[in-house]
Write a protein that binds this ligand. Structure first.
Ligand SMILES: NC(=O)C1=CN([C@@H]2O[C@H](COP(=O)(O)OP(=O)(O)OC[C@H]3O[C@@H](n4cnc5c(N)ncnc54)[C@H](O)[C@@H]3O)[C@@H](O)[C@H]2O)C=CC1
Ligand SMILES: O=C(O)CCC(=O)C(=O)O
Length: 418
C-alpha cells in the first residue's frame, strides 16, 4: 500500500521485521502483522468561524484485534498521515501485549494544527471526526484516548458525540476523559508516572542513586511535564526541558513546579520563564545527563546525532523517537534504552483502569491506581530485562519479541487461518 510507505511506518516495520526474524515468526502471520487489520480515511468538513468550510483529513487505523478491543490515542498534528498513524497503531499492539492488557492496537489522527483553531472550530472538528469513525469504535470494538494535540476536553466532545448516536451515555467509548464523565484519577499524569517508575527500575539495575541523577526532557506537553514533576518528586534533578520552540537549561536543577505554573497555566514561553538559559532542542539531546527523556515526536534520535548523546539512560516517553541505526550506535556506546512500548505504557495501563471502572460503574482511589500501575509496569520492565539478558538481545528487541509472542499465541489459539 503506497499511502503507508512513510518513514515512520518503515521504522515500525523494520523493528517488527528484526524481531520477527529473531523469533522465526510464522511467515503468513508475519505478512499479516506487517499491515493494519483495518484502516479508515475520512473527510471532515468544518464550518470555520469566518464562515468558510474547510475539509480536514482524518484516520483511524486498527492494527490487530486478536487479543481484544483495539486501543490507542488520537493525534491532532499538521504532519499526521496514514503511514504515521499505522506505525503508531502497530506499536500500540505490541505495547498492550507487553503490559498484558486485554487489547489490540489502534491509533487515530487528524491532519490539523489544533492551536490555530478556535475552541468552537476544534469542537466541530472533533464531533465530525467522531461521527465519521463511528462505525469502527465502541467500548467493545475500539477505544480512543488522548495523544499529541488532544486532551480531556476533546475526549469529552468525542464521548458526547458517540453517546448522542446511541441515545445514552457511554463513558467506556474513550479514556482520558474529565473525571465528571467517568474519567479516572491518575490518567492525566499516568504516562509520565510510568516513565518515572521504569526509570527508577533502570537506575536501580545500573546502581545509580536517584539523588545523583540528572534528567533532560524533550517535549513539555502532557508526557514531558508530568515526567519532569514526578522525577523531581522522587529526588532527581531536572536540568533541561524543551518544547517545539526550544528549551531551557539550568545545571543546578529547574524549579519544575514553578515552570509548570508559568508555562502551562499562565502561558509564558519556556524561554521567557526566567528559570534557566535558552538552549536548542539539538543541544538538549546532547547534554551530559543521567537520563534523557524524548517526550515529543518520532525519529528525533537518528544515525546523524546518536553519537552525540551523552546520557546513560534513554527513557522513551515518545513513540518511535529512535531510529534503528541510532539504536545500534547507542547500544555500542553503552546507553541503556527503555524502549517506548515499555517506557510510555503507563498511559494505556491507566486507560485500561479507566475503561474497567467505566464498565463496572465502580471507581477506584488514586492510591489503588498508582500501586496497580507501578506493579504492572515494573513487572513488564523486569520481564523485559530478564528476556534481554537471557537472549542476549537489546531491551527494544526483548520488549518487541515479548509483545509479538503474545499476539502470535492469540492468533494461533484462535485458529485464525484454518
Ligand atoms: N499522552 C499520552 O498519554 C501518551 C503520549 N505518548 C507519546 O508521547 C509523546 C508526547 O505526547 P503528549 O505529551 O501527549 O503530547 P502533547 O501534545 O501534550 O505535547 C507534545 C510536546 O512536544 C513538543 N514538541 C512538538 N514538536 C517538537 C519538536 N520538534 N521538538 C521538541 N518538542 C516538540 C510540543 O511543543 C509539546 O510540548 C508523543 O510521542 C506521544 O505519542 C505515549 C504514550 C501515551
Ligand atoms: O491511553 C491510551 O489508550 C493510548 C495512549 C497512546 O496513544 C499511546 O500509548 O501511545
Amino acid at each position: 500500500m503506497q499511502e503507508l510507505d512513510t518513514h515512520t511506518f518503515r521504522l515500525a516495520v523494520a523493528q517488527f521485521d528484526e524481531a520477527a526474524e529473531a523469533m522465526q515468526l510464522d511467515p503468513a502471520l508475519r505478512q499479516r502483522l506487517k499491515l493494519p487489520q483495518r484502516s479508515l480515511v475520512v473527510s471532515i468538513p468544518v464550518r470555520m468561524d469566518d464562515g468558510r468550510v474547510e475539509v480536514f483529513t482524518g484516520y483511524r487505523v486498527q492494527h490487530d484485534s486478536s487479543r481484544g478491543p483495539c486501543k490507542g490515542g488520537i493525534r491532532y498534528h499538521p504532519d499526521v498521515n496514514l503511514g504515521e498513524v499505522a506505525a503508531l497503531a502497530m506499536w500500540m499492539t505490541w505495547k498492550c501485549a507487553l503490559a498484558g492488557l486485554p487489547y489490540g492496537g489502534a491509533k487515530g489522527g487528524v491532519k490539523v494544527a489544533p492551536k490555530k483553531l478556535s475552541s468552537g472550530e476544534l469542537q466541530r472538528l472533533t464531533r465530525r471526526y467522531a461521527a465519521e469513525i463511528y462505525p469502527l469504535i465502541g467500548p467493545d470494538k475500539d477505544v480512543p484516548a488522548p495523544d499529541v494535540g488532544t486532551d480531556a476536553q476533546i475526549m469529552a466532545w468525542f464521548m458526547d458525540t458517540y453517546s448522542q448516536q446511541v441515545g445514552f451515555a457511554v463513558p467506556g467509548v474513550v479514556t482520558g476523559k474529565p473525571l465528571v464523565l467517568g474519567g479516572s484519577l491518575g490518567r492525566e499524569e499516568a504516562t509520565g508516572r510510568g516513565v518515572v517508575y521504569v526509570t527508577l527500575e533502570a537506575l536501580k539495575h545500573l546502581n545509580i542513586p536517584i539523588d545523583r541523577t540528572t534528567v533532560a526532557i524533550q517535549g513539555f506537553g502532557n508526557v514531558g511535564s508530568h515526567t519532569a514533576l514526578i522525577m523531581q518528586q522522587h529526588g532527581a534533578k531536572v536540568v533541561a526541558v524543551s518544547d517545539v520552540s526550544g528549551g531551557i537549561y539550568n545545571p543546578k536543577g529547574l524549579d519544575v513546579a514553578e515552570l509548570v505554573r508559568r508555562y502551562r497555566i499562565a502561558g509564558t514561553r519556556l524561554q521567557d520563564a526566567k528559570l534557566g538559559d535558552a538552549i536548542t532542542n539539538e543541544e538538549l539531546l546532547q547534554l551530559d545527563c543521567t537520563v534523557l527523556v524524548p517526550a515529543a515526536l518520532s525519529e528525533q534520535i537518528t544515525g546523524k546525532n546518536a553519537h552525540t548523546l551523552r546520557c546513560r539512560v534513554l527513557a522513551e516517553g515518545a513513540n518511535g523517537p529512535t531510529t534503528l541505526d541510532a539504536d545500534r550506535i547507542l547500544g555500542d556506546n553503552g546507553v541503556f534504552i527503555i524502549p517506548d512500548i515499555l517506557a510510555n505504557s503507563g498511559g494505556v495501563i491507566v486507560s485500561y483502569f479507566e475503561w474497567v471502572q467505566d464498565l463496572q460503574r465502580f471507581f477506584w482511589s488514586a492510591t489503588d491506581i498508582q500501586s496497580r500501575l507501578q506493579s504492572i509496569i515494573t513487572s513488564a520492565f523486569q520481564r523485559t530485562l530478564h528476556f534481554a539478558t537471557e537472549r542476549r538481545t537489546s531491551m527494544r528487541m526483548a520488549a518487541l519479541m515479548s509483545g509479538i509472542q503474545e499476539v502470535a499465541e492469540a492468533h494461533s489459539q484462535r485458529g485464525l487461518y484454518p
